[in-house]
Design a binder for this molecule. Structure first.
Ligand code: HEM
Length: 439
């Protein structure tokens, strides 16, 4: 017998709330219905922001779930890690985990710092720029070099165009209504999308073939090509291609948005002391610090963590579909329903994070929250594969930029965020004016 938590009745009103305020929409709902609540929909989705409830999801046998949104295979590739479940997910995850291991990231530190410097070297005092756009350029450069191993500028630009054409070219209508996914004799948004996907796949196939021919290199693609499963088998090329598309979709906007939020938060007048403290730590480093010493600054890490806490990318990311019943906080959830950890509640619990809407990096120096209280990268068997890369990149890009530039926000208009594809990012692009630049 199922026994479900209470929750809002109207799916449309709840979605409207979410579209209006993707970061702040959950707290009022949890005040009304509790920390574990039910969203109407097909299937209905139970979300929980209670650490015990989150623990029940992340520590359950992984075979209890499969990904909820299988429908996106056409966009990110049916064999991409995000859409695989059970044995298939375990096999792919095992092959993909070593290249993304935290210790490996050190090999990429110099590259990330250099790419940041290249993209920011022409910034001049008085100039205004959208930090979100700048961070998107840097994070795409990082993926192209570190993940794909493409280092020559013209090739990077050509591949970047194809990737952005594909990821930006997904019409929300076509994404929401599978019945519109028809080519109509080669015209219309879906036909355009299919053509772009064909061109991108052709480029990626070339890249994979060249990687196989070239022998071992340092980039993540080469490590994936060299990986072997327990039976000594490599990942098939068409699956590697799906994983490459996924890594761009999962790793590009997410990291860029988070760094842009960090800049937005640090430059609020109320947070001037946090910015000064970070600046003092950065200027105490030698003139050209090695990336490791930058990444090890405790306050820089606290700033990044506080950003990920205060500005989560989705209120309840990566919902799972239950393949068998699950008991969670005394509720009996039936097979077939959806379940997700609600970051939008967990990251704003007053007893864990006093004054939760304040940006206060110090809280991460005073107390280390548990993985069920702080979950920017999700958790359990599906925890973000790129978490170590994202954290390292956030610290290096933010540290490198702030060491060389003084910036101020072009407008102090509050930004509560807006939905950008699947993520909640700054609505106004974090436009900033360059005040000073060091050589
Ligand atoms: C600040 C940046 C990022 C954030 C906040 C973030 C967050 C997340 C979250 C919440 C999930 C779902 C986890 C779950 O289901 O429990 C996820 C999954 C994933 N992320 Fe990230 N991510 C970031 C950057 C990256 C980067 C840089 C990459 C790789 C280049 C990446 C690759 C992935 C992949 C492959 C998955 C699917 C894992 C699976 O299903 O097994 N992410 N990420």
């Amino acid at each position: 017998m199922s026994h479900l938590p209470p929750g809002p009745r109207s799916q449309i009103a709840t979605l409207a709330r979410y579209f209006r305020d993707p970061i702040g929409c959950m707290v009022p709902l949890s005040q009304k219905y509790g920390d574990t609540l039910l969203f109407p929909g097909k299937p209905p989705l139970v979300v929980t922001g209670d650490p015990d409830g989150i623990k029940a999801i992340y520590t359950a046998d992984p075979d209890t779930f499969e990904p909820l949104n299988q429908d996106f295979g056409v966009f990110i590739g049916a064999r991409s890690l995000l859409l695989l479940g059970g044995k298939e997910h375990r096999r792919a995850r095992k092959l993909m985990t070593p290249p993304f291991h935290g210790a490996r990231m050190r090999a990429y530190g110099e590259q990330i710092v250099r790419l940041t410097e290249q993209r920011t070297e022409n910034m001049r005092p008085g100039q205004t720029a959208s930090m979100l756009e700048l961070m998107q350029e840097i994070s795409l450069d990082v993926i192209l070099q570190v993940v794909f191993g493409v280092t020559e500028r013209p090739r990077m630009a050509a591949l970047a165009r194809l990737l952005l054409d594909l990821t930006n070219g997904i019409s929300p209508l076509v994404a929401l209504f599978p019945s519109l996914r028809r080519e109509f004799g080669g015209v219309g948004p879906y036909a355009r999308f299919i053509e772009r996907r064909r061109r991108l796949h052709a480029q990626l196939d070339e890249l994979i073939a060249a990687g196989r021919a070239s022998g071992p290199r340092e980039d993540i693609l080469s490590l994936l090509l060299a990986a072997r499963d327990e039976d000594g088998q490599p990942m098939p090329d068409d699956e590697i291609r799906d994983q490459l598309v996924l890594l761009v979709v999962a790793g590009h906007e997410t990291t860029a948005i988070s760094i842009a939020w960090a800049l937005y938060a640090l430059h609020q007048p109320d947070n001037a002391a946090s910015l000064e403290r970070l600046r003092a730590d950065l200027s105490a480093l030698p003139p050209d610090p090695d990336p490791e010493s930058l990444a090890k600054l405790p306050y820089l890490e606290a700033v990044c963590n506080e950003t990920l806490r205060r500005y989560p990318l989705a209120p309840a990311p990566a919902p799972r579909k239950l393949l068998r019943p699950l008991t969670l906080k005394g509720f009996d959830l039936p097979a077939g329903g959806g379940v997700a950890a609600a970051i939008g509640i967990a990251h704003f619990r007053e007893e864990v994070y006093p004054e939760p809407f304040r940006f206060r990096p110090e809280r991460f120096l005073e107390r280390q929250p548990s993985p069920f209280e702080f979950l920017p990268y999700g958790g359990g068997a599906r925890r973000c594969l790129g978490a170590a890369m994202a954290s390292y990149e956030m610290k290096l890009v933010l540290g490198t930029l702030l060491r060389r530039s003084r910036l101020r926000l072009a407008s102090l208009r509050p930004d509560k965020g807006t939905l950008r594809a699947a993520n909640a990012g700054p609505a106004h692009g974090v436009r900033m004016i360059v005040e000073a630049r060091a050589g």
